[in-house]
Design a protein around this ligand. Structure first.
Ligand SMILES: C[S@@+](CC[C@H](N)C(=O)[O-])C[C@H]1O[C@@H](n2cnc3c(N)ncnc32)[C@H](O)[C@@H]1O
Length: 234
């Protein structure tokens, strides 16, 4: 690794556990792009989103756990006016996504961080600062004793909802039926949040929605995705 200790202390964290990931590999070329772009579009620990130079008229939409960046690239293609805030703790995923966004010419419309979403939302994002948030195929943590590691918990949902503007949205996807019900039961019960499909309901797949890497893996194994869509009361 050529990333310096100073660079790592600003942009990289190591503490969070993620489901089913092996230690990742970041190529020398990817490191060079991280070193080029994170000082420009990165969100280091001591910087808030309000200080990140986002144009005032741009909707700000977050993707939590963006993996390799499949969906971030899609969002950037579809929404030329949005600023995308990508949050992903898996460094090789961050490295791949930064390269893809750079190659596609979208990188300057993103703000990217490798810090955990809990930290970012609590310390770097103000109340009612986000127009929307996506969480696609969050880690399932299938064993009951690991359910406490699932990202959607009551406290996390309360924090996330507080960061969404009135009228803003939260969209989620998973191909694990028990996780879908887990997320739905927590979010359906959140004050000020409306399930667009009705309590206990799921929306149809958005027509333009790409299959992410994890979704493709699930499809090969015969799993079907379910989609949740919430709007925060105005
Ligand atoms: C199952 S993968 C799905 C990746 C991608 N969304 C997709 O659909 O291909 C879940 C991702 O969430 C990331 N993740 C887990 N906990 C996180 C957290 N607290 N903050 C940010 N990302 C997290 C993991 O590193 C992993 O890349």
């Amino acid at each position: 690794m050529r990333l310096s200790a100073e660079f790592r202390s600003q942009f990289i964290q190591h503490e969070m556990r993620t489901h089913g990931r092996k230690n990742g590999f970041v190529t020398t070329g990817q490191e060079a792009r991280l070193m080029k772009w994170l000082p420009i579009i990165g969100l280091p620990k001591d910087k808030t989103l309000a200080e990140a130079g986002i144009p005032t008229d741009s909707p700000v939409v977050m993707e939590i756990g963006f993996g390799n960046g499949d969906f971030l690239v899609h969002l950037a293609e579809q929404h030329a006016d949005w600023t995308l805030v990508g949050v992903e703790i898996y460094l090789p995923g961050v490295a791949k996504a930064v390269c893809r966004l750079d190659d596609a010419g979208f990188i300057e419309r993103t703000r990217i961080t490798q810090l955990p979403a809990q930290f970012v939302l609590e310390h770097q994002v103000k109340e009612e600062e986000l127009d929307g948030a996506f969480i696609n195929h969050p880690d399932p943590w299938p064993k009951p004793r690991h359910h406490k590691r699932r990202i959607i918990q009551k406290d996390f949902a309360t924090l996330l909802v507080s960061r969404i503007k009135p009228g803003g949205f939260i969209k989620l996807a998973t191909d694990k039926p028990d996780l879908a019900e887990w997320m739905q039961s927590i979010l359906d019960a959140m004050p000020g949040l409306t399930n667009v499909a009705g309590v206990g309901g799921f929306i149809d797949r958005d027509e333009d929605r790409p299959e992410t890497k994890f979704e493709q893996r699930g499809i090969k194994e015969g799993r079907i995705s379910q989609f949740l869509y919430y709007i925060k009361a105005s």
